[in-house]
Ligand binder design. Structure first.
Ligand code: GLV
Length: 310
């Protein structure tokens, strides 16, 4: 029987309990801070865990993150030698794909413009006819999620390119990598999508220089982490017209403070960190598989490499 501790500030424990016990009826599911005898806990399911909670579990065999990103887990609080696994959930991936398709198509097909015209009862066909095959969308981060986003955009008919830390081949997608690949990658992006993990190497990547490398009037979509972007640089680029639009789901401070200029800027579409959320029903098989893999001495899917940072 598996004893699993749910240690999370994201209150979805009942959903996870139902989904996990449907797959493993004998599972003993305990919710922090009512962990009972924490020495019995073998697996922890975490999202921004309460500081010190994991240290009370000396027999922990695996930690599974409820999110795809593990930047909110402080490495120094992860018990040494306990593998950490990030979430891989088909619905989490699908949600990200949906979000990016919607954000790109909304701008590509001038919906904000037509919504304005409708309010004025104005019949106005607007700007140039959209030429999808000649519109480049760049995806930064070509892992499980970014790869799925890139393939979906290609399927719609966009010219898709990807940028990653190390070379990553995805069929039909032009690949760029490393610091040297960034400027040539950005030079053609009408839409630039950030779905990178937040690591010391990617923190602050979207700065004034980055924005100056995009074509004038480009559209930035950030669904990675707030820490990827210099928010003042985004506002300055929007104000000057260098950036045409920003679709932002993640921020330095969440919830985004009410006085932040992003809320009211006409060039910003913002959502409250909901681009995609893990669904217990579809994420539960990954949790069970990770526990089994570790128990059987196999490498779990989504194993975090702390040297890489994700
Ligand atoms: C959400 O932000 C995640 O990391 O899955």
């Amino acid at each position: 029987m598996t004893v699993l501790g749910f240690v999370s500030t994201w209150d979805r424990a009942p959903d996870w309990k139902a989904a996990l016990t449907a797959l493993e009826p004998g599972l003993d599911f305990r919710i922090d801070p009512e962990l009972g005898d924490a020495r019995q806990i073998e697996a922890a399911l975490v999202w921004k865990p309460r500081p010190g909670a994991l240290a009370t579990m000396p027999n922990l065999k695996v930690i599974v993150s409820l999110g795809a990103g593990v930047d909110s887990l402080r490495r120094e609080e992860m018990p040494a030698d306990v593998p950490v696994v990030r979430m891989i959930d088909p619905q989490l991936t699908r949600g990200m794909v949906e979000y990016v398709l919607y954000a790109v198509l909304r701008q590509h097909r001038y919906f904000p413009f037509f919504e304005d015209k409708q309010r004025a009862s104005a019949w106005d066909q607007g700007g140039p006819v959209p030429d999808t095959a000649r519109t480049t969308v760049g995806v930064m981060g070509i892992g499980v999620i970014g790869g799925a986003i890139a393939r979906a955009l290609r399927e719609v008919g966009f010219a898709v390119r990807g940028w990653s830390r190390t070379p990553h081949a995805v069929e039909g997608i032009e690949g760029f990598h490393g610091a040297d690949g960034l400027a040539p990658f950005l030079a053609e992006c009408r839409h630039a999508v950030c779905v990178l993990p937040l690591t010391p190497a990617t923190r602050g990547l979207i700065d004034a220089r980055f924005l100056s490398l995009l074509p004038k009037g480009a559209h930035l979509i950030n669904i990675g982490r707030g820490g990827h972007a210099d928010e003042a640089a985004i506002l300055a680029a929007l104000d000057s017209g260098r950036l045409g639009h920003a679709t932002l789901d993640v921020f330095h401070q969440e919830p985004l403070p009410a006085e932040h200029r992003f809320w009211r800027h006409p060039g910003v579409t913002l959502t409250p960190h909901v681009a995609s959320l893990t669904l217990a029903r579809t994420g539960a098989p990954h949790v069970i598989a990770a526990v089994r893999a570790v128990r059987e001495g196999r490498r779990p899917d989504g194993l975090v490499d702390w040297a890489r940072g994700y």
